[in-house]
Ligand binder design. Structure first.
Ligand code: ZN
Ligand code: FE
Ligand code: FE
Ligand code: ZN
Length: 279
């Protein structure tokens, strides 16, 4: 099987395209499953510029996913996913939101550090090298805490902090190991997220360095494009599949009603002309 479990739509205000355009692209590519994982609503107005509201989830997104899974069921399996934020102080709200909706899986992502009312963005900041090291450690500690929260099924773009620059130090490596061990102990999987290839850092999340550590711990892997445009669905999946073969056990994690199954990864047979467009 091959799946794309990380996709957005125009509802999050920083992506383009309707849900059905993403699904149609997935069908065109021959994916077995597409997961709709729009940025989750959050309490206290947390980062509301980059997500749908609770009302939009209830009145637009959830019904659209239900409708699409029915409409396209002969062509592709549509999964009800979510990209939730892990952020201290919001866990109870997120926990109830997840419990009240029947997701197939929930991706947990860390986009901000700090605490409610004093969110520290990971990006667009000038940092000294000491601050940058601290930021890396704080980031991987947040990833560890997100795994220990037991709120999620998949850890999203698990080394997103490298946006700044890839830093390495014994303290950072220690924080990475602690995060990965917590992911393993809590029986979560990690996505290979190809969107990093389309950004300044020009490499997938996670990096091959982390993937080697992931292989050592035998953490299961799944696949997501983090598409914010329909044409990015399934993008760079040939490279990502090679990573699953190299750093995983040749299986990919799929989810139904928050239950994980490992199935053999199938390489995508894509018409090359279709994948080498734009950028
Ligand atoms: Zn986004
Ligand atoms: Fe994200
Ligand atoms: Fe995303
Ligand atoms: Zn994301």
């Amino acid at each position: 099987m091959i799946v794309d479990y990380h996709t957005h739509t125009l509802l999050c205000k920083h992506a383009e395209g309707e849900l059905q355009e993403y699904i149609q692209r997935a069908i065109e590519l021959g994916l077995d499953e597409i997961g709709c994982s729009e940025h989750s609503p959050m309490p206290h107005g947390f980062d509301n510029r980059h997500r749908m509201s609770l009302a939009q989830y209830q009145s637009i997104y959830a019904p659209a996913v239900t409708e699409a899974s029915e409409r396209y069921k002969d062509q592709i399996t549509v999964r009800r996913g979510l990209e939730a934020d892990f952020f201290p102080g919001t866990e109870e709200w997120v926990k109830s939101f997840i419990a009240e909706n029947d997701f197939d899986y929930v991706i947990g992502s860390v986009h901000f550090l700090g605490k409610v009312g004093a969110e520290k963005p990971l990006f667009h900041q000038e940092y000294t090298s000491q601050q940058l090291e601290d930021l890396h450690i704080e980031y991987f500690e947040a990833i560890r805490a997100s795994a220990e929260s037991r709120l999620f099924d998949i850890i999203g773009h698990c080394d997103l902090v490298k946006k700044h620059e890839t830093l390495s130090s014994p303290a950072i490596d220690g924080a990475i190991w602690d995060a990965l061990k917590a992911i393993k102990q809590n029986d979560l999987c990690i996505e290979i997220n190809t969107s990093g290839l389309r950004k300044a850092e020009a490499e997938m999340y996670p990096s091959e360095k982390l993937l080697s550590m992931i292989r050592e711990l035998a953490i299961p892997l799944t696949l997501g494009s983090d598409a914010h445009r329909p044409q990015d669905v399934g993008r760079s999946f040939a490279e990502a599949s090679a990573f699953i073969e190299k750093y995983g056990d040749g299986t990919i994690s799929i989810f139904k009603r928050r239950e994980r199954t490992q199935v053999p990864l199938r390489r995508l047979r894509m018409a090359p002309s279709k994948v080498v467009n734009q950028q």
